[in-house]
Design a protein around this ligand. Sequence first.
Ligand SMILES: Cc1ncc(C[n+]2csc(CCOP(=O)(O)OP(=O)(O)O)c2C)c(N)n1
Ligand SMILES: [Mg+2]
Length: 431
Amino acid sequence: MSDRTESGASEGVAGRNLPTLELHVPEPKFRPGDSVDFSHFDIPAADATARPDEAVQPAQIRDLAYGLIRVLDEDGGAVGQWNPNLPPETLLRMLRAMALTRAFDARMFRAQRQGKTSFYMKSTGEEAVSIGAALALARDDMCFPSYRQQGILIARDWPIIDMMNQIYSNTGDRLKGRQLPIMYSAREAGFFSISGNLTTQYPQAVGWAMASAAKGDTRIAATWCGEGSTAEGDFHSACTFASVYRAPVIMNIVNNQWAISSFSGFAGAEATTFAARAVGYGIAGLRVDGNDVLAVYAATRWAADRARSNAGPTLIEHFTYRVEGHSTSDDPSAYRSAEESSLWPLGDPIARLKQHCIRLGIWDEERHAAMDKELAEMVRDAAREAEKNGILGHGLHHPMESLFEDVFEEMPWHLKEQQQQMLDEWKAAGL
Ligand SMILES: Cc1ncc(C[n+]2csc(CCOP(=O)(O)OP(=O)(O)O)c2C)c(N)n1
Ligand SMILES: [Mg+2]
């Protein structure tokens, strides 16, 4: 007999022997106070993954979206087909850039706690994601980062004092205090303005890459977002455009396991990997040990060569861990076990490269300690210089009326009126 009435509506099913419908609500494995056990992680050996040709069809390498590309093994060796065989000077440059990023983060975090700025975001534990990529890309390739890739600016030798001026929104801030601290913009470094609106950089990067190709240029684009941000619609429209037009772009997902207090399961990690998003779009997808800077370098180089030869875009998931809070406004001890970061099975990216360099005989503990000291002093001196240009709470660093500037080439009459009204009221209030 039909379940439908003449009008086509479904009759009630009460009394029929069906299970009650329910939703699956993801729950992180470990909460504050829990002891942590990561033994369920499937970590392939560093030399276990074959490296295909860069021009391969995406359907031929689906496995790479579910595996984990690694180069550095547990003993500090660099092994397997993905080993980029970098010369000592590049390895040491990587090590220094990662250590400088960490020293910069430590100093600026402290500056926020001292009330010198309102906000800061660290990238602790994720330094390899930015540094490995920045060194694998050409200097004039265009980067569309999220707020946790300060390492790109550092790897591109951007002056840290300029970054600090932005963090302090002071007179040296080229952005005139109009951006939240850490939302840098550096055209000359190929570093697109960071936006607080998650994942807007994804379609922008794809559009930039398409424009580069349409103009007959040779530069490619790269973009980064967090694993939580893949739930944004912008992520998916970007993937569609990238796939359809085979845009010369590298799309990076930094899977650091957390999106503020939401664990990666809420963005889909219980169902599949983030690299597997590529499969549905017919894009090449790679899943990489994000704490292995050589693996990040090798995967980025592969994707860059692929893009440069018009073979199409690549989506790379960097499997890593956010060691610190989301930002200075966050307290991770409220929602996750403190043991997680120390027991993270893929280790610390700086410690792993350091071990490799020591094993190669090009580095030692003494030189490392001396470098850390030198970088801490360098960052301290730069901060002191930047602080001379002003810090939070020391009054206005840019004239009030500049609020109205830099939108129109010629300020329209109605804005001029409003600007004057503001200044008159400001004066009348005795401010
Ligand atoms: C469109 C939008 N939605 C929500 C937010 C608030 N928000 C800021 S950061 C963040 C978490 C992002 O997590 P993830 O993408 O994993 O990046 P991570 O911070 O871990 O690097 C959220 C929800 C926002 N800034 N923009
Ligand atoms: Mg995240």
